[in-house]
Every structure is written in C-alpha cells, then in structure tokens.
Design a protein around this ligand. Sequence first.
Ligand code: ZN
Ligand code: ZN
Ligand code: FE
Length: 741
Amino acid sequence: MLNIKVFGIVQGVGFRPFVSRIAAANKIFGTVANRGSYVEIFAQGADDDLQKFLAALRDEAPERSAILNVAIDNLPDENFADFRIVDSVHEAGDIFVSPDIAVCDKCAAELFDPTNRRYLHPFINCTACGPRLTILRNMPYDRERTSMDAFPMCDACAEEYHNPASRRYDAQPVCCNDCGPEVYLLGENLRGHEAIRHVRKILAQGGIVAIKGIGGFHLACDARNFAAVNRLRNSKTRPTKPFAVMFRDVDAVSRECILTAAQMKFLDSPQKPIVLLQKISGGTIAGNVAPNINRLGAMLPYTPLHMLLFNFPDALKNFPDALIMTSGNPSGAPITIDDADALKNFGDFCDAILSHDRDILLRADDSVMDFVDDRPSMIRRSRGYAPLPIFYGGKKIPVLAIGGELKNTFCLAKNNLLYASPYIGDVGDLRTVEVLKASINRMRDLLEISPEVVACDLHPRYQTTALATELAAKLNVPLVKVQHHFAHVLSCLAENNHGDAVIGVAFDGTGYGDDGTIWGGEFLICDATTYERAETISPFIQAGGDKSAREGWRIALSMIDIALARELRLATDAELAGQKFLLDKKINCVTSTSAGRLFDAVAAILGVCNVSTYEGEAAMRLQAVAERSTCESCGDFATTAELFAEVVSRRLRGENIFDTARFFHASLAEFVANVCAELSLRTKIKTVALSGGVFQNSLLSSLTATALNRRGLNVLRHELIPANDGGLCVGQAVHARAVSR
Ligand code: ZN
Ligand code: ZN
Ligand code: FE
C-alpha cells in the first residue's frame, strides 16, 4: 500500500473527487482525506495500476490545482473494500488556501440554460469555480468551516455533492435556487430575480447602485453616461482618480481598448483582475471615467451575479455593456462588506443597494494589473491572487510583517513560504487599522502561524509602526524595523527568488530614510541582511509638509528661481511668494531625494499637472504625455539636477512638451543605467533590481531595463508582487527572517 501526501493548492479545487475518479479508473482501493496543509491518500492495488494512478495524479490534476510536492511511503497492505473520501483530520504544516475563482465556462453555460435547475441562480459554482478565501473560516476547507454553513444543501445538491461523477462532487459552496443564498434590495421588499430586474432598470436609466460581490461591495453605474459618472465622482469625493470598468464580454472590451494576447490571457483568466489597457480614441466610455490618461482599467464579469446583471433575459433594451465597478468604500476606509455599513455608507446617494446573505469573512478588493514590455506588472494584488504564497529560501522563522502605511498589505511567513495578504488600504484611517488587526488575526488562524518576530517600517509616526510595536510586545517577540526602500528592493528579490547581493534601485514617493530625511530615489547595494546607500538622485528641499507631496509646483520652486516660476505660471504670485517664504526661512522644510516628487516637479514645469488629486496622478499624466511622442532622443546627465535644468530650459524655449516629457523619461533611464554601471564596476555585482512605485511607470521601467541590458547588467523586475508600497510587507519579511536568531 502506498501512503501519498500531496502538497500544494489541493484544497477547494476538486482534488479529492479527482483522486477518487482516477482510483476507480485504475482499480485502486483506499482513502483520500484533507489534512489541512496537504491531501493524504492511502492507495492499494496491483503494481501496474499503482504506477498508472501516480502518473494520473501528476498529469491529470484539476486545472485550478497546483501540485508542489508529492511524498510517497510504502506501508503494509490493509483491508480496503473500495476507495472513498474520508473525513478531514487536521494536521499542522504548510497551508495553501485557494483564492476566490471566477465563474467557469460550464457554470456560465448552465446559468443561462432554461432547462438547468440552476437557471439564473446568482450563486452557481462548482469544484472549479466560486468563492474560497472570502468565505473561509478555518482550514481544512470544508463546508462547515465556511460561511456556506448557514445554507444546508437540498437533496438534489447533496446528491451532486456526494456523487463522484458530478462536477460538483465535494464542491463546498455548492447550492441552487432552492437551497442557496439569495440576493435582495436593502430597504425595499424585492428579492431574487425581481431585485436583479429592478437594478438593471436603474443602471440603464443612469442610476447608481451598490452591489455586494465576492470580496466586498462595488459601486456601479453606466460607464457611458457622463452625468452618472459625474454624480458618482461627487458622491465619492473623487474628482479625477480613474474608475475601473466591467465590460459585458471580450468583444465589448475590444471596442474600447487595445488588447494584446498576453493582456487577454490575464483579463480572461480565472483570477479576472482589472487590467490597464490602452484606450482606443472615439470609444463610447465617458471621458470622465479615466480623465487625462490614455489607459482604462478593464475587467470581465467574474461572479454569476455580474453575468446576470449584464445578460438577464428580460425585455429591457439598451442595457450598457460597460459598467463602472469601483470599490465601495468611504474615502480612506476599507471596502464595505456588510449590510449595516452599506446602508450607512451608500444609503444617501445610491439609488439601490443590491446585497445577498452569504457572509464575506475576509475582504478582497479587485486585483489591478498593468503590463510592461508585455509582461504583467501588478499594481494591486488581492482577489484571485492572495493569499497564494511565494517561495523564498533562507531561514524558516515564522514572521509577521505589517507592511507600509499606504496601500497596505501584510505578510505572514513560515518555512520557505511568504503569504502576502489581500489589499487592506491606507492605514492613516483608524477604520483601516481595525480591519488590518482583524485580518491579521484571521490569516494567522487560517495559516496557523505564530510569529516569532514582527517587522514594520522604520517610520516613527506610521500607524503600522505603532501597531507592530503593540503586537510584538503582546507576542513577546522582537520587533525589526526595515528601511522603506530596502524593503522595496528585497520584495523584488523575493519575487524573483534571487538570494545574492544586488544593486537595488528604489524610486518612489516617500519613505523614511535612516538619517531622518525623505528618501525615494535610492541606489542601494544590498542583500537580505544589510544595505549601503550608494547613490541617490540630486537632493532638493520639500517645504510645506503634505501639500508638497500633492503639489508639484512647490517642489519645482525649490529647484528654480521664483522669477522663472512666475514666467511659467506655476502658481499664483501669492502662492509662489508664500512657498518661497517657507523655503527661505527653512520653515517645515525637509531634504528629499524622492523620485516621485521629481516627476511631480517636471509635470508642473511642463504644465501637465500642477496639483495631484490622487497619489501618482502627476506621474501617470506625465507618462501619458510622453507616450504621445515618437522622439527617441535622450541626454547624458551626471545628476538629476542637471536633467531637471535641461527640462526647464526646453520648456522656456517652447519646445514640444510631448517630446520633452519623453526626453525626461529616456534621460532618467540613462542616468539610472550609468549609475548602476559604475556601481557594478566597483562591487562586481551584475544584477540590478528595480522597485518602488515610480517603476510602475511602464515607459520608465521599459527604457531603464533596456539601458541596463545594453550595459551588460541583468535586471530583476516585479511581475505579480507590486513595485509600490503594496509589496513592502514581503521585503520586510525577507529582512526580518534573515537577521533573526
Ligand atoms: Zn464552475
Ligand atoms: Zn440545492
Ligand atoms: Fe514606497
């Protein structure tokens, strides 16, 4: 008899039914069970049959599963009379929780098949699709440990659940129109299909609806309707930050956006992330959906409810094939997941709130992905991806890394696995701190990790630093503070499974330096244990606190003469004089090497964007402007101060701003490559890691990688872990493990 342990993503993906099918096909007797961290099989049969069974186990595994390791032992035979799935028994070990999976093609077909008993059922799912992480209370993954335990299966569903021939065999969230959860309108007496018809009518007429999804509420309206989008912007106090659009299908996306094969693969994957695509001019999407930039965040329907909203068979004509689907969260707070909060947060401006009675236990915002050189570049890693671990060698100490203050995610690490959490949000808001705490507890329970070290940012005034200090004290374990840009670079090493020293280039907005100044344009020689700040962009003065992080003209003024600033009309004379006063008297001034602020200043000089209404706006708009140029020229500058001066003089000479914006990107890329080449000569290190939010700029990332390759240097870039602060937790965990014990 063989005792087989299968490690990997083997729970919640139809693995046990698959095993019992291949056992039957190969005349194998025995059992299969979930053990929490792995699936355990006892298999008995003829040697030939056992070999075929093992081959099938590896070659025919369900499409959503991922086998990472198979351990096989020989044991004496027992008296098995058949092959069966036995009850789950919990054991400790590495745990793989499946993320939520978009509705599969087979379920989608049944959803609109009038002869199917799940016709138009908003919660149709199977072993290959449906909610997972967001409904999971504990491991192992079984119905009684999910929020589906409130919905006892009807006889028909139970039959499928227990029938090895059914594609719902052992599917934990299985349900139907008779026994499953129900959708309803909050505050109105409409349920089920009536509620869906009503919402379709409201959306078609230009209304705003809050809709409960898999990982939280969305706010939705017709993406072609300028007035509706405008109303949503005013209600959310979100003047220009782009909204994501959910399209009915791929055809609808293709009418509005350019779609490469690689983008298509991710857009239509089981994860169904939001993918940033190049807009086609003359489309029907309203101009205020993603103003001033050339991209649009597009996604496809990923729950049965989304599909019903687009395609419900009623008499309604002209339902939009593109809906705004933006996270339903009050400004600064995490995404809303329950009815009481939905009423409080959206009740006064939504025309309807469509909810359902399946509880969301863990939040999961939509993941957002851009592309650089036709490779993915994750902007927000959440639904569909979290909490899949990344593998990274080194010490195996259990770690909790709290992450950064903005775009927070946290990371739990055990053995060689780093589990980054779903997106939490900006922790400046106390509501977010509460959600962060609760999410840490839930993930610790799920993954069974008792941290022996806690890691956080070096910033003394971050909420996350305070929380980490508190948790470390409570757990009575050491606290490791990790410099922001060091953590960025290490997150890139972890994602690329690179263990050796690198030249790390961390370009981002703001990070606390180990000398108390603002860093953000850093060249670090580092490995997992230590770093040397080898070079930076030219330092400048940031005066005026938070305002200087939003208003690029304030940065520009610290680098040019006030007369010139007046000539370029960077701000009103009074504003310029006020800012000049702060600079001269050194009031609220701090030295900064932030590359993000350098982009803001250039955007202001070129008249592209003087004031950002959301983080990264000026840089995104500057990139959009640069991408309109076909000019290939770039200059060779010893410092970024000289490059900046050249941008200013081109502006004064009245040169084309598209070309100048492009010139700035290309010259900055050359500058980075030159500095790295020098550092490589000195250190003999041949690998450069690019990280930090500024490298989300796909033009800069692409130009920089090309320039580095031309100098014979290898380049590590981010793909599925964000280059922005959403990836910090991973780097913090890497360093904390490396320096512990
Ligand atoms: Zn399915
Ligand atoms: Zn049922
Ligand atoms: Fe950062």
